[in-house]
Each structure stands twice: as structure tokens, then as C-alpha cells.
Design a protein around this ligand. Structure first.
Ligand SMILES: C[S@@+](CC[C@H](N)C(=O)[O-])C[C@H]1O[C@@H](n2cnc3c(N)ncnc32)[C@H](O)[C@@H]1O
Length: 197
């Protein structure tokens, strides 16, 4: 079977059938926290697996140069429609992020529920993509999903596994944000600001 097609179809069906339990319907409080407390200024920022893209609209409005990518055509169409309605601009791409690269490296990446949506056997490849997409000293706004159970999606992103994945020769880890943010039901996110070395 063509894995690329099967993944596109699988995510597209979720959007078409309204099975989007991860969708907050608004931006994450982590984003406003980072902007207000961690000095993230308007820059070129990438959102992989952007979904309906509330953060894309918010950042575009704040003057960021946003690139958003998602494999599901419906998510991309929803976001493009909202951008037009709100007279905002962002580059929205429908593609598989394992087979895509930006024209130039980005200053920052906002990672929200993309990693945990991937099977753990793809995590090392995803970390390679994140590292490759960023400029040296580029920032990764990372939210690690805590489900406390086996299996997924979403898959549990245990912090010791994350330290093994985002290794210190390649990444500088910032302090954890004190508040663990609730995401869809009882699931929580542990949030860190990482920097590409
Ligand atoms: C759990 S959802 C999260 C959506 C959004 N980040 C949010 O928090 O609402 C995961 C998203 O990643 C997208 N996705 C999954 N695999 C992908 C891939 N290989 N390339 C691009 N997007 C992908 C899905 O279509 C889906 O929109």
C-alpha cells in the first residue's frame, strides 16, 4: 500500500467526519505565554500539522511570517477560507511534511499535537525534519502530550523519551513552563522552549 496516500486519506476522513477531538477551537494559552514571557518577536515561523490553524491566524495577525503545513486537504481549505475572511496572509501548504522542505530555514517552529499524532517509530524522522527546518539557534515551541497510557494516537510523550529524542548535542532545552496545559479531555501537555544548537 502507498503509505503517503493512506496517511492523507486517514487524516482527511477524520476532518470530513468531524472526528477532530484534538481541536481546541481556539489558540493554546501556551502560545500567548510564549509571546508574552519568552520574548518571541515576529519572525518566520512554521506550524507543521497545523489542522484548523487557530494559531496561524493569531500569529499572522501579530505580524509573523507564517508557513503552515498539513496533509489533510479539508484542514488546509478551512484555514485558507478563514485567512480570506479575516483578510490575513500566511503560506498554507497541503503536503506530507516528511517529503517537504521550506525554501529557506525558519526562525521558529510551533509544535502542537503533531509529534504525538505520529507513531513513535516515526519520531526520530520527525525530529530530523524539525532540526533541518530550523536556522541555527532557531526556537522550537514544544508541547509534549501526556496521556499516561500505552498506545495512541495521541501517543504519550514521556519526558525521558523526549530527552532521548531531542538530544542535548543537537538541542538546548529551556525551563519547563510551570503550568501543564489541558488538551482535549484529561490529557495534559508539558511545555518547553527548545533551541537548535
Ligand atoms: C492531532 S492533529 C493536530 C492539529 C493541530 N496542530 C491542533 O493542535 O489542532 C494532527 C495534524 O497533523 C496532520 N498530519 C498528520 N500527519 C501529517 C504529515 N505526515 N504531514 C503533514 N501533516 C500531517 C493531520 O492532518 C492533523 O491535522
Amino acid at each position: 500500500m502507498d503509505n503517503k496516500k493512506s496517511s492523507t486519506t486517514e487524516w482527511e476522513q477524520r476532518y470530513q467526519q468531524g472526528q477532530t477531538g484534538w481541536d481546541r477551537g481556539e489558540i493554546s494559552p501556551n502560545l500567548t505565554y510564549w509571546l508574552e514571557n519568552r520574548g518571541i518577536q515576529p519572525c518566520r515561523i512554521l506550524i507543521p500539522g497545523c489542522g484548523n490553524g487557530y494559531e496561524v491566524l493569531y500569529l499572522a495577525k501579530k505580524g509573523f511570517d507564517v508557513i503552515a503545513i498539513d496533509i489533510a486537504p479539508t484542514a488546509v481549505a478551512n484555514l485558507n477560507k478563514k485567512l480570506v475572511e479575516n483578510q490575513l496572509q500566511a503560506e498554507v501548504i497541503q503536503a506530507d511534511f516528511f517529503h517537504w522542505n521550506p525554501e529557506q530555514e525558519v526562525d521558529a517552529i510551533y509544535e502542537q499535537t503533531s509529534l504525538c499524532a505520529l507513531s513513535p517509530n516515526l519520531w526520530a524522522a520527525y525530529e530530523q525534519r524539525l532540526h533541518q527546518w530550523l536556522k541555527p539557534n532557531g526556537k522550537l515551541l514544544a508541547q509534549f502530550m501526556q496521556t499516561g497510557r500505552e498506545g495512541g494516537p495521541p501517543f504519550h510523550c514521556d519526558i525521558s523519551a523526549m530527552l532521548d529524542l531531542f538530544t542535548t548535542p543537537r538541542w538546548k532545552w529551556g525551563e519547563e513552563r510551570n503550568t501543564q496545559t489541558l488538551h482535549s479531555g484529561e490529557k495534559r501537555e508539558r511545555v518547553y522552549l527548545l533551541e537548535k544548537k
